[in-house]
Design a protein around this ligand. Structure first.
Ligand code: SAM
Ligand code: SF4
Length: 344
């Protein structure tokens, strides 16, 4: 990768503030749409992925992230697809860590399926990554294979252990799925908290065509919370991680449990984030189609001024909120793109 440290990436820019006075300081970047798993709620088994030439190069991803950091992004999350499947991803992470060292960036983190963590955990820690999210929906070997289609639970558990040993704080992300892990959630919670890992439960979101009926998978977290309350004492916390989760303290385990409920609760009023796909498309809201192409302005000029103006123009269109609905009569996804494109 060429030396990008001398580009105009840290020219001072005005902070990004949207029409509803929300300060944008959290950027999620999908570094690849590819993945070594095929989780049933996320992808069809036979996905068509983008041609590699359409992806931003690692240098372009660096320039884009650096421009956002210069515009006030304090927290940067790499996601995907599976971020650790992108070739030479550690090179990008190492380059981006210069913004941690300079203090411009407060947190560099990633969301991963954990399959490659045994290889990369230690290096991530060396690059200044402190916390990661690992997605895991069950601790049962057969069910794990059923939900991920291609995944191996053992590999992910080894990855989680490697991350903990490297000193990374691990939070588990678990998608709540009807007739799948509904009754396993209490034991997963105990397992996670006993190892010092917090956990966040996610409701399924209607993103992208998949092979199965989403209404069969949809499990409202209000119901999960009710079930958990028969076994645990949940106390609401003010704690926020910059994401949309609402956290509770579990008295019996001492750990935290978060709920991300895009369908039953609107978390948009405090939305501080935007997302970029691996082709450089900026989505101002996970639940809306409006987007801005940043690849063209990025490639049009060596200076970042045009890119910065394009970002400002896009932020001025950030919508107030989303309108996801999973409707039995209308089986189409609310949005045609998959979560693996915008990274969740
Ligand atoms: N591959 C990485 C992983 O699985 O953690 C990062 C990308 S994945 C798209 C990010 C998160 O989105 C995961 O926690 C996954 O469970 C979640 N996710 C994917 N599709 C979803 C959907 N339709 N509804 C809710 N969550 C979804
Ligand atoms: Fe891959 Fe993550 Fe989607 Fe599963 S949820 S298929 S691990 S991108």
């Amino acid at each position: 990768m060429q030396d990008v440290k001398n580009t105009a990436d840290l020219e001072p820019y005005a902070p990004m503030i949207d029409p509803f006075e929300r300060v944008i300081n959290y950027l999620r970047v999908s570094v690849t749409d590819r993945c070594d798993f095929r989780c049933t709620y996320c992808m069809a088994e036979h996905m068509t992925f983008l041609p590699r030439k359409d992806l931003l190069s690692l240098e372009e991803l660096d320039r884009l992230c650096s421009t956002f950091i210069a515009k006030g992004v304090k927290k940067l999350r790499l996601t995907g697809g599976e971020p650790l499947m992108r070739k030479n991803i550690m090179h990008l992470i190492r380059e981006l860590s210069r913004h941690l060292a300079s203090g411009a960036l407060e947190e560099l983190t990633l969301t991963t399926n954990g399959s490659q963590l045994s290889r990369f955990a230690r290096e991530l820690k060396e690059c200044g990554v402190q916390r990661i999210n690992v997605s895991i929906d069950t601790l049962d070997h057969d069910k794990f294979q059923q939900i991920t289609r291609w995944g191996k639970l053992e590999q992910v558990l080894n990855g989680i252990n490697a991350a903990l040993e490297a000193g990374l704080h691990v939070k588990l992300n678990t998608v709540a799925l009807k007739n799948f892990n509904e009754f396993e959630i209490p034991s997963m919670l105990q397992w996670a908290h006993a190892r010092g890992m917090d956990m966040t439960l996610i409701e399924t979101m209607p993103l992208g065509e998949i092979d199965i009926d989403r209404t069969d998978q949809y499990l409202p977290l209000s119901k999960v919370r009710q079930n958990l309350q028969s076994e645990f004492t949940l106390t609401p916390l003010n704690y926020r991680t910059g994401g949309p989760a609402r956290y509770y303290k579990i008295a019996e385990t001492g750990g935290k449990l978060g709920f991300i409920t895009p369908l039953t609760h609107n978390f948009c009023e405090s939305c501080n984030r935007v997302r970029i796909t691996c082709t450089g498309t900026l989505f101002m809201c996970l639940g809306q189609e409006d987007a801005a192409d940043l690849r063209e302005p990025l490639r049009a000029s060596e200076s970042n001024a045009l890119l910065s103006r394009t970002i400002d123009e896009a932020i001025s269109r950030k919508p107030k909120g989303h309108d996801f609905i999973i409707d039995r009569r209308d089986q189409r996804p609310a949005l045609p793109r998959h979560m693996s494109m915008t990274g969740g």
